[in-house]
Design a binder for this molecule. Structure first.
Ligand SMILES: NC(=O)C1=CN([C@@H]2O[C@H](COP(=O)(O)OP(=O)(O)OC[C@H]3O[C@@H](n4cnc5c(N)ncnc54)[C@H](OP(=O)(O)O)[C@@H]3O)[C@@H](O)[C@H]2O)C=CC1
Ligand SMILES: C[C@H]1O[C@H](OP(=O)(O)OP(=O)(O)OC[C@H]2O[C@@H](n3cnc4c(=O)[nH]c(N)nc43)[C@H](O)[C@@H]2O)[C@@H](O)[C@@H](O)C1=O
Length: 314
């Protein structure tokens, strides 16, 4: 199945980290009928408004990059909203897409759907084989419900919908808020501010020992288009780079890119989360896709973007 660039494509969440990268990638591919709406224009938690929007625009493709997203503390401290908002956003969007029989839909989950102690690297078949990481179990359950909805619609209605499970992402348009962000943008900001203020120590949350895998969002966007053109299977597919590093090693890399030369400490009172979640990306590699952006140049590009947008609202 190949996406027709002249067909209407709705990118839900098109101003976010992922949605904006997907939008850029689709533009690059010559897609001329892109549809987007901010959450102020269309709150996807509003079922009637979502149904009306899909009925009006009748997209041929929907990419669901709209969600309540955040780092480890945001997830830990707001499980109610991470469960409720994400369930409502995805159920409303998929129900509305089903009503108008959208032929192709890509749902985005996350590597946190897999068990906390899954065998590494994590294969798609590990789903539901063990307990979830408690700091993000609400978010993970919402995402698992989303991929099951995709499978149910495929089975019952024969629509060619798919799910992808990306690893931790970073890049332009990320959330750099010190409390609600993920680790990579948080560290870019913290090391930058320490450099500017002449601080001699930056403190990391947790022990620094957890391992994480980081994929540049432009690679994810490219993978999304690739999957829409080449993937047609009910099973979710992992999207990652296939290598990981410790948070302490990541901090060293960010410090080097930012030009911070002071000490790096730890705050073990903050949660570590999952010890490791390296995705097995062999199914995606076998389909013929591989990432293009290495971590260090990707970090440098993201830091340059951060400097260009200092003080700007997302
Ligand atoms: N960031 C990461 O590391 C990872 C992300 N993912 C997945 O990728 C997807 C996108 O995440 P990401 O881009 O990082 O998140 P962002 O927070 O950067 O963007 C989320 C987008 O969702 C939109 N949105 C949120 N709530 C609503 C709502 N009620 N109605 C309409 N739109 C809404 C926002 O719209 P607006 O800007 O208009 O308010 C925003 O553009 C999510 O499904 C996430 O689970 C998966 C793995 C890792
Ligand atoms: C993508 C994925 O992201 C989330 O999971 P996570 O990978 O644990 O998220 P994180 O990026 O916030 O943290 C990664 C690691 O880094 C450490 N850490 C150090 N210092 C900072 C710091 O300053 N900020 C943050 N956020 N973490 C820090 C932190 O303690 C942890 O050990 C899910 O909730 C869920 O949203 C999801 O699906």
């Amino acid at each position: 199945m190949t996406i027709d660039p002249r067909s209407p494509i709705y990118v839900a969440g098109h101003r976010g980290l992922v949605g904006s990268a997907v939008w850029r990638r689709l533009e690059q591919a010559g897609c001329s009928q892109l549809i987007g709406a901010t959450s102020a224009e269309l709150d996807l938690r509003d079922r009637a408004a979502t149904t009306a929007f899909l009925a009006e625009h009748r997209p041929a493709v929907v990419i669901d990059a709209a969600a309540r997203v955040g780092g480890i503390l945001a997830n830990r401290d707001h499980p109610t909203e991470f469960l409720s908002d994400n369930l409502r956003i995805q159920v409303n969007l998929m129900d509305a897409a089903l009503e108008v029989r959208v032929p192709r839909l890509l749902f985005l989950g996350s590597s946190c759907i897999y068990p906390k102690y899954a065998e590494q690297p994590i294969r798609e078949s590990s789903l539901l084989t063990g307990e979830l990481e408690p700091t993000n179990d609400a978010y993970a359950i919402a995402k698992i419900a989303g991929l099951l909805q995709v499978q149910a619609v495929r089975r019952q209605y024969g629509l060619n919908w798919i799910s992808a499970m990306p690893t931790n992402l970073y890049g332009p348009n990320d959330n750099f808020d010190p409390v609600s962000s993920h680790v990579l943008p948080a560290l870019i900001r913290r090391f930058h501010e320490a450099k500017v203020n002449g601080d001699d120590k930056v403190v990391l949350w947790g022990t620094g020992t957890p391992r994480r895998e980081f994929l540049h969002v432009d690679d994810l966007a490219d993978a999304c288009l690739y999957l829409l053109n080449h993937y047609d299977d009910p099973a979710p597919i992992n999207v990652g780079v296939g290598t990981d590093l410790t948070i302490q090693e990541l901090a060293g890399l960010v410090a080097r890119v930012v030009g911070y030369t002071g000490a790096i400490g730890n705050d073990p009172t903050k949660p570590d989360g999952t010890p490791r979640k390296l995705l097995d990306v062999s199914r995606l590699r076998d389909l013929g896709w591989a990432p293009a952006v290495d971590l260090e140049p990707g970090l440098a590009q993201t830091y340059a973007w951060y400097l260009d947008h200092l003080g700007a609202d997302r």
